[in-house]
Design a protein around this ligand. Structure first.
Ligand SMILES: Nc1ncnc2c1ncn2[C@@H]1O[C@H](COP(=O)(O)OP(=O)(O)OP(=O)(O)O)[C@@H](O)[C@H]1O
Ligand SMILES: [Mg+2]
Length: 653
């Protein structure tokens, strides 16, 4: 069945309610009116019944005894002695004045047939007899096609009644003479209701009036209510529906916009012309769309959250006050936080930067430009270590374009930067090496010639001291030049490398054996902390001796007077490296020089004391072995040089 439009439903419903209210009110008016009429009539009957009762008792108690005293014993004058007669007569006269009621003394077995109870009355007298204690009955009855309110008051048979109402033979002759056919013997019905004073008051006119009133109520009330509803409806249409139409148009525009979830036809198709119906459908559509959008939003939110959380690069969000408001797992790990809560508890995002001033510049740049791409900056982790990082970030804005924070990605490039530095160092060394090799080669020959001639001069001028002395100076300096050239050639790795499995301790001991006497003179102690059972390694022992020599000499030269040089060996299992650490108690290396010490010709020593090639050659040799040299130094306290040599897989014994 086609569903009715909301407006029609509303109209039908209102009509039904109106009908029910009108019928209900009319019924109430009718029933209240009827009750009122009955109550009024009951009061009226009270007067008539009282009049009858008064007449009857007067006749019975006063008049009849007086009459008995005046007339002979068997004499009976109904006009003065019969309660029925006198009652009927008096009530007949009252009726002349008040036509609106009827009185009857209805008896089951009267002397005067006029008083004979009809069927209804007989039934009611019988009922008064059946229900003991019930003296009266009143109610509505129908007779002769009319409605009456009737009131029955029982009259009981008493011994005194038997004077007339016994066997006809015993009845007073006056009565017998008047009613020769009488048969009104109540002798065996003592105490029973044998008659009733009945008052009838017609009610049909009053009831018709009440009915008319009820109808009037129905018609007038209905009309009034109907007009009111029509007025309300018109007002509702004028005010609310106009607004609803506007709202509906907005909805149509909203839902009518091309969207994958709803078609503009949805609203029109749903409910014909009823705005409320259309609005209801529009609401349902919008609610469904909202629900769908909400779910999509949730899905996309969780997708982006997953993306944010699972990114291998640290992701972060800061608010405008530079407070960290979100960070992913990679970020937590990079900075060394225990968990996200600890990361978010830091007071300001600046604390994550090595240089707060640089951090402020970074944030200002993002604010000004709206973003930064691979901005190089140093960060600091929980343990105070410096991290080189590239920051790509942008300014976060709300829907009005107001900045609300910063979001972006950090790329940790610490290892890459280290590698680049090493590469640069290696490249630099290789270039210098090539240059040095060329120069050394060129210088070597003339140097040989100079040396040769200096020797000749020295030998051939045995008598001239001055010349001999000068030739000696030439020889000495030529020797020094040869050393430099040799060093340069070493540096340039022109010498072949002969690797063999060797005991590192033996190589160190060979060098120490040469240096120790010298050191002892200067009160420099050598302390050995050799690891037992150190694996043998594949090295060019001679070249490695040069390395030990250079580093030990540097250590001794770093100490003014006495001191201690500790040589320790160990295995770094994590990196699978053999470590030779040479620690001195010398002057240490200032931080600004630390970068340069491996540069060829970098020296802080006097010309005769150092060429500045020692460490660069050592570095070249160790690199040739696939190893590395690490330096740790505290100015004023000493330095530690660690030679890292790769072990064969599993170590070699
Ligand atoms: N153990 C050390 N303590 C303090 N400074 C050192 C130490 N080792 C090296 N240096 C510094 O590094 C510089 C370079 O050392 P390198 O061995 O390369 O050259 P050199 O010792 O000066 O000269 P050469 O080794 O050629 O005689 C040194 O001049 C010195 O300033
Ligand atoms: Mg040196």
């Amino acid at each position: 069945m086609k569903k009715l439009a909301l407006k029609t439903q509303f109209r039908l419903g209102t009509g039904l309610i109106l009908l029910v209210v009108c019928i209900g009110t009319s019924l109430v008016v009718y029933s209240v009116g009827k009750q009122q009429v009955e109550a009024d009539i009951y009061k009226e009957t009270e007067i008539y019944i009282a009049a009858v009762e008064a007449t009857r008792t007067y006749v019975k108690d006063v008049l009849r005894p007086q009459m008995y005293a005046l007339v002979p014993g068997d004499h009976f004058i109904p006009e003065a002695m019969s309660t029925s007669f006198v009652g009927r007569e008096i009530m007949g006269r009252v009726h002349d004045r008040f036509k609106n009621f009827r009185y009857k003394r209805a008896a089951l077995n009267p002397i005067n047939p006029i008083n004979k109870a009809d069927t209804i009355e007989t039934t009611l007298i019988a009922r008064l007899n059946d229900e003991r204690g019930m003296r009266e009955w009143s109610g509505l009855i129908e007779r002769d096609g009319r409605s009456f309110y009737a009131r029955f008051r029982a009259i009981y048979a008493e011994p005194e009644c038997l004077r007339c109402h016994s066997e006809p033979a015993a009845a007073p002759p006056a009565i017998l003479a008047r009613y020769p056919d009488m048969d009104s013997d109540y002798s065996d019905r003592m105490g029973q209701a044998i008659a009733a004073d009945v008052v009838y008051i017609p009610v049909d006119i009053a009831f018709t009036k009440i009915k008319r009133q009820a109808w009037m109520t129905f018609v007038l009330g209905g009309g009034l209510l109907f007009s009111l509803i029509v007025l309300f409806y018109a007002l509702f249409n004028y005010t609310v529906v106009t607004e609803l139409k506007g709202l509906l148009n907005n909805f149509k525009k909203l839902v009518g916009r091309p969207s994958e979830h709803s078609a503009p036809a949805d609203i029109e198709a749903s409910g014909g012309t009823d705005e409320i119906d259309q609005l209801k459908d529009a609401f349902s559509n919008v609610a469904a769309e909202l629900q769908q959008t909400h779910e999509e939003l949730k899905a996309s939110e969780s997708k982006y959250r997953r993306l944010f959380e699972s990114s291998r690069d640290p992701n972060f969000i800061w608010d405008m006050g530079k407070r960290l408001i979100d960070i992913n797992e990679a970020g937590i790990q990079m900075f060394g936080f225990e968990d996200k809560a600890e990361a978010l508890a830091i007071e300001t995002g600046h604390q994550l930067f090595w240089d707060w001033h640089a951090a402020a510049i970074l944030f200002d740049t993002i604010k000004d430009q709206g973003f930064v791409k691979e901005y190089e900056i140093s960060l600091v982790n929980r343990w105070g270590s410096r991290l080189d990082a590239l920051v790509t970030a942008n300014l976060k804005t709300d829907e009005n374009g107001t900045p609300v924070g910063f979001e972006g990605i950090i790329r940790d490039v610490t290892d890459r930067r280290k590698l680049e530095k090493h590469l640069a160092q290696t490249e630099k060394l290789a270039a210098i090496g090539q240059l040095a090799a060329g120069v050394a080669h060129e210088i070597n020959n003339p140097l040989g010639v100079i040396k040769c001639y200096a020797n000749l001069i020295y030998k051939n001028t045995a008598d001239i001291d001055q010349v001999k002395e000068d030739a000696g100076v030439i020889k000495k300096h030529t020797q020094a030049c040869s050393q430099i050239v040799e060093g340069l050639l070493n540096f340039a790795r022109v010498q072949d490398t002969h690797k063999a499995l060797a005991d590192i301790h033996a190589g160190i001991e060979a060098v120490v054996a040469i240096l120790e006497p010298q050191f002892r003179k200067r009160d420099i102690a050598i302390v050995r902390r050799f690891a037992a059972d150190l694996p043998r390694v594949l090295v060019d022992e001679e070249k490695m001796k040069q390395v030990y020599m250079n580093i030990l000499l540097n250590a001794s030269q770093a100490m003014d007077q006495s001191g201690e040089i500790r040589i320790s060996t160990s295995v770094d299992k994590a990196d699978n490296m053999l470590v030779v650490a040479i620690t001195d108690t010398g002057a240490g290396i200032p931080p600004d020089k630390r970068e340069q010490i491996f540069d060829p010709f970098f020296t802080t020593k006097k010309t005769e004391q150092g060429t500045g090639l020692g460490l660069s050659i050592s570095y070249g040799i160790v690199k040739e072995h696939g190893g590395d040299i690490r330096v740790d130094s505290t100015p004023g306290k000493g330095s530690c040089f660690q030679l890292m040599l790769p072990l064969e897989r599993g170590g070699m014994h």
